[in-house]
Design a protein around this ligand. Structure first.
Ligand SMILES: Nc1ncnc2c1ncn2[C@@H]1O[C@H](COP(=O)(O)OP(=O)(O)OP(=O)(O)O)[C@@H](O)[C@H]1O
Ligand SMILES: [Mg+2]
Length: 289
């Protein structure tokens, strides 16, 4: 059965020739991969929901899902002004958080053809991926992998191309981006930095929304201003602040969190922390959020 959101997207898409049966068939053909992330990938862990940054990504998920309930937002570009501000970190964890909701099919697409990382984080091959499909070297079902037993699907970037921007200008890109929401409730695009390449800018004109990541201590006000100007503030859904430590911001919220955090979960975690060898969970600082 095709989910309600897919039905809506299909009828909205009008000109698409694909029918629900074929689309459903496509997902059944995709290869499954085990969930085997890199050890230092900083991915959220659903079995530790109270740990940073799980809760923060659930909050981001809730806000986006609320926006989606108000208007049909299914494709979102994750970008930031400059390199290393946490675009991929945000894209991957947001995709994971979305996929933890029952029936919420989520695709994480690596459209950073310059410095792709999704394949490394999930320890799969870089190709075939998006570039291979766009160049006619692979079919859509061949470039999408399902993380076994979950609602998460990933699309690696594909083989390196000489001119990513030229590739993104192909008609096929728009057509692919329009089609993907007929299969997935959320399509999350990891992209290059705005002030270093026009890729994210172009993609944002084809997607329903854009999330701007900024990193505390790194991103400057000037770069945010220039990034927003470059996006023409068109479809910017909001800004995600990366790199704040719990307690530094929203101290009342942090109190709320610790106050309501169940004693059972606390006890479980304390047990785990005691059992952990020195230098692991017990000795390390919590990841930044
Ligand atoms: N909140 C965080 N806590 C811990 N580590 C983080 C956090 N945000 C980012 N990192 C780490 O910082 C590094 C850079 O992050 P990431 O790759 O997400 O940045 P990026 O903006 O995608 O970079 P690029 O411009 O190269 O694509 C990675 O090693 C990532 O794991
Ligand atoms: Mg990145």
């Amino acid at each position: 059965m095709v989910p309600a959101y897919a039905q809506q997207a299909l009828s909205a898409a009008g000109s698409l020739t694909a029918d629900p049966v074929n689309l459903q068939g496509l997902l059944e053909k995709v290869e499954e991969i085990p969930f085997r992330p890199l050890a230092d990938a900083h991915l959220i862990d659903p079995t530790r929901p109270s740990e940073a940054p799980s809760e923060e990504f659930r909050t981001l998920r809730t806000r986006l899902n609320h926006m989606q309930s108000l208007s049909p937002i299914h494709s979102i570009v994750i970008t930031s002004p400059s390199p290393a501000e946490g675009k991929s970190f945000t894209a991957v964890n947001l995709a994971l958080a979305q996929s933890h909701l029952a029936g919420n099919l989520t695709l994480l697409a690596d459209f950073d053809f310059r410095r792709p990382i999704v394949h490394s984080l999930f320890q799969v091959d870089r190709g075939p991926g998006a570039t291979d499909f766009l160049l006619g070297r692979a079919k859509l079902h061949e470039i999408i992998k399902r993380v076994s037993g979950t609602n998460l699907y990933i699309m690696p970037a594909g083989e390196a191309v000489l001119n990513p921007l030229e590739l993104l200008n192909l008609r096929e890109v728009k057509s692919m981006i329009d089609r993907l929401p007929t299969l997935f409730n959320w399509v999350i695009f990891d992209t290059p930095p705005l002030l270093f390449a026009a890729d994210a800018n172009l993609l944002s004109t084809m997607c329903h929304g854009t999330l701007l990541v900024v990193r505390i201590g790194t991103t400057t006000i000037d770069s945010v201003t220039r990034a927003m100007q470059s996006l023409c503030e068109n479809n910017v859904l909001g800004t995600s602040v990366n790199g704040a430590r719990r307690g530094e911001l929203y101290s009342r919220y942090t109190y709320y969190h610790s106050y309501y955090y169940s004693t059972e979960a606390k006890a479980r975690e304390e047990g785990e922390l005691q059992a952990a060898p020195e230098g692991e969970a017990g000795g390390e600082k919590p990841p930044e959020v």
